[in-house]
Design a protein around this ligand. Sequence first.
Ligand code: C2E
Ligand code: CA
Ligand code: CA
Ligand code: CA
Length: 281
Amino acid sequence: AKGMGKGDWQRYQSDLAHAMVQRLEMRTQLHEAIEGEQFMLQFQPIVELADQRVTGVEALVRWQHPTRGLLGPFHFVEAAEESGAIVGIGNWVLRQALRQIADWKAADPATTLRYVSVNVSPRQFRSPDFVEQVRAALAGAGARPEWLLLEITESLVLKDADKVIRDLRALRAMGVRIAIDDFGTGYSSLSYLRQMPVDVLKLDKSFIDDILTSRQQHALVDAIVTLAGNLDLAVVAEGIEEAGQRIALDTMGCDYGQGYHFARPLWPADIPALTASAQPA
Ligand code: C2E
Ligand code: CA
Ligand code: CA
Ligand code: CA
C-alpha cells in the first residue's frame, strides 16, 4: 500500500501469518474443547412482564478455555461457525440444556419454568440431520417437546427457504416451538413473518434501548407488538435494563421480557430459587 515502507510490509506479512496461525490454533482448540468437555451453560431468565414470574430460561454457551479463562460466545462462536465446529457445539448445547430442564422439572414438579430456549446457528440448522438431532436430544433427556424453544435468525430463511420452512414445520409438528432471535436486525422483517412457521418474536435489544427516549422508537416497538399479537406470535423483549422499559413494554401489551433488569445469565444452581412457585411475596 501507499506509504508502506519495507519494515511496515514485513510487519504486515508477519501479522497476517500470526492471524492465520491463531485461526488454526482456535480450530484445533475448539475441536479439543468438544472432546474435553470444556463448554458450559449459563441460563438467563425470561419473565412474564405482568407478574415477573420466570417461565423460561435461555441457554448461553461459555468456554472454559485451558489458558484464557472463561470465554463468552463473542470470542469463539464466529470461528466455530466458520470451521463447522458449531454443529458439534450446538448439538452438545441442545442435549445439555434439555438434560438440565428435565432435572429442574424432576426436582420441583411445581416449578414455574415451562421451557428452555436454545440458540441454533444457521450452519447447525442446515446440517442434514438437524431435525433428527432434536428428536434424539429430547428422547435422550426424557424431555417433552413443549419444554424446548429453538431460536433461529431471520437470515436462515434467505437461502433454501423451502427446505428451511419444511424443517420448521416438522419441528413444530413434534411440538417444539420456534422463535426468531434478534428480530429487527435482519433483512426479512415483517413481510416474511406471514409465511414463517414461528411462534415467538425476540425483539432485539437495539429496539428496546431507546423506547424511553425516542418517540419514534416507542411507536415502532408498539406497532410491532400489536402486529405480532394479530399474527398470534408471542413477543419477548430482549435487553431490558431498567424498570421504565419494563413498564412501557407491559403497557404496550408485550408479554415477556429478558435482561439485566431481571437477571444476568446465571449458573444452573441459581435457577431453582427463582422458579419455585411458592415465592415469598
Ligand atoms: P443473543 O442470543 O442475543 O443472547 C443474548 C445476549 O445478550 C447474551 O450475551 C446475554 O448475556 C446478553 N444480554 C442479556 N440481557 C442483557 C442486557 O440487559 N443488557 C446487555 N447489554 N446484554 C444483555 P452472550 O451470552 O454473550 O451471548 C452472545 C450471543 O452469542 C448470543 O446473543 C447468541 O447469538 C450467541 N450464543 C450464545 N450461546 C449460543 C449457543 O449455544 N449457540 C449459538 N449458535 N450461539 C450462541
Ligand atoms: Ca438468543
Ligand atoms: Ca437475541
Ligand atoms: Ca441480540
